[in-house]
Design a protein around this ligand. Structure first.
Ligand code: UDX
Length: 439
């Protein structure tokens, strides 16, 4: 099939690359000329496993075309995916200005029948608004092309985005048009081979499914963080409680890890947008508001533990910090708990030596001109002259470090672990004072 994907951000680029990998001709369109130029030169703006290889191979095979001209894509395509950003606006709603601009452009430019698919996470009702915008532009031009709207929310996770796209758990198709549904099924058939993973529903329910999924996962995390905080008070161990809870088939083990809060480009913005959707529609969500509140407080838990140990004033103290990205496997710093933790420690007088396997560059950009943080090339270098180690993101390379090296480099054998990587008993035995979440 011939496809246009509008937006070359996380979702757009991965989606476009994975469609081209199966032999489709994909036009990836973006208004950012520099980005398109870089992509043509094989430079991928984000770190994501396997992505560079797939993009470059398919670009060289001419399955993947990068362009700033929407027209070039649309006139050659049967399907057009909208995959532009829907960031959080100041009032907590999803900012749909780019989505609506794209809809307008489609209506102004399209020269043939088209299936228009929203992949961007958009509030319920957006698909219908997009339809109206496109139709209005067609009416202005006095032309009449058939176009069908589909909601096809994206569930990929950063760090495993390519695998998630190549083997999705489910493909939600929000559409009521039989022919359109069959075309989308045909497109996705190679990705869901031998499994019936299509779920067909109306557009509004498809849009809501994406928000409800992310909100459910965020709720599980905040719930476990809350239980962890209670565990600490009553002498229980969240690491054991997690096993006791997750072993119930009805609950399952995933997304039950207590930690120093969730971040990223999705959970914070989507929980907030769903709260707003409810409020605008006349229902004030209760659980979702608390999911957000618990998460904001959870980002402070490590700082509170450090202050319990050293007092409110952290002047003359320095900490080694491992892990800056919001989760392992990505260089994405959006809403990363590390930002809150670092700012708070520096505010209280401390200095930081930070290390991350991939996120150094974006983190440097965030803390540019801040003299109180230094970035290191190696995890052990971050410990020199430091009064303790803080672990914020659970990259694989932090899982079984050389504890002799750690104790040789640190001033104190002290670890504050926001991701519960180690066995407390083992660490205590080798002389470490070890603080984790919920135990
Ligand atoms: C999420 C959804 O999982 C994905 O389906 C959607 O398409 C986009 O949003 P992503 O933001 O890439 O994906 O990361 P995810 O793996 O879901 O983790 C989000 C945050 O939750 C991270 O900060 C992670 O550290 C935290 N987390 C996750 C926990 O604190 N505990 C857990 O048990 C799981």
């Amino acid at each position: 099939m011939n496809i246009t994907v509008i937006g070359t951000g996380y979702v757009g680029l991965v989606t476009g690359a994975c469609f081209s990998e199966m032999g489709n001709i994909v036009y990836c369109v973006d208004v950012d000329e520099n980005k398109i130029k870089s992509l043509k030169n094989g430079i991928i703006p984000i770190y994501e496993q396997h992505l560079k290889r797939i993009v470059n191979n398919n670009y060289n095979n001419r399955n993947l075309i990068f362009t700033t001209e929407l027209k070039e894509g649309l006139q050659n395509s049967d399907i057009c995916f909208i995959a532009v950003g829907t960031p959080m606006a100041e009032d907590g709603c999803a900012d749909l200005s780019v989505v609506f601009q794209v809809a307008k452009n489609i209506g102004q430019i399209m020269t043939n029948d088209l299936i228009v698919v929203t992949k961007s996470t958009v509030p319920v009702g957006t698909g219908h608004k997009i339809r109206k915008i496109i139709q209005k532009e067609l009416d202005k031009r006095n032309v009449n092309y058939n176009f069908e709207m589909v909601s096809n929310p994206e569930f990929l996770k950063e760090g495993t985005a390519v695998e998630d796209s190549m083997r999705p758990d489910r493909v939600i198709i929000g559409s009521e048009d039989e022919k359109t549904i069959n075309t989308i099924k045909e497109l996705y058939a190679p990705y869901v081979k031998n499994h019936d993973r299509f779920i067909v529903m109306d557009i509004r329910s498809a849009e809501m499914s994406k928000y409800a999924s992310n909100a459910m996962l965020a709720t599980r995390i905040s719930f476990m963080n809350e239980v962890a905080n209670i565990c600490e008070k009553v002498g229980a161990d969240i690491n054991k409680v997690r096993l006791g809870v997750g072993s119930d088939n009805r609950i399952g083990y995933s997304f039950l890890y207590a930690g120093c809060g969730y971040g990223g480009s999705c959970f914070p913005k989507d929980v907030s947008a769903l709260i707003k959707t409810g409020e605008i529609a006349g229902y004030s969500p209760k659980i979702l508001n608390e999911v957000e509140n618990v998460n904001n407080e959870q980002k402070m838990v490590l700082v509170n533990k450090i202050k319990e140990k050293f007092g409110e004033d952290l002047s003359n103290l320095s900490f080694g910090l491992w892990g800056l990205s919001f989760k392992p496997g990505t260089d994405d710093m959006r809403e990363a708990p590390s930002i809150v933790i670092i700012n708070e420690l520096i505010e209280s007088g401390a200095t930081i030596k930070a290390y991350d396997p991939k996120a150094r560059e974006p983190a440097e950009a965030i803390f540019v001109n801040n003299q109180n943080i230094e970035f290191c090339d190696n995890k052990y270098d971050a410990l020199d002259d430091s009064d303790g180690l803080i672990i914020v993101t659970e990259w694989n390379e932090f899982r079984s470090p050389d504890f002799n090296e750690i104790s040789n480099r640190l001033n104190n054998k002290l670890i504050f672990d926001g991701r519960n990587q180690f066995d407390k008993e083992v660490l205590n035995k080798i002389g470490f004072e070890y603080y984790q979440i919920g135990a």
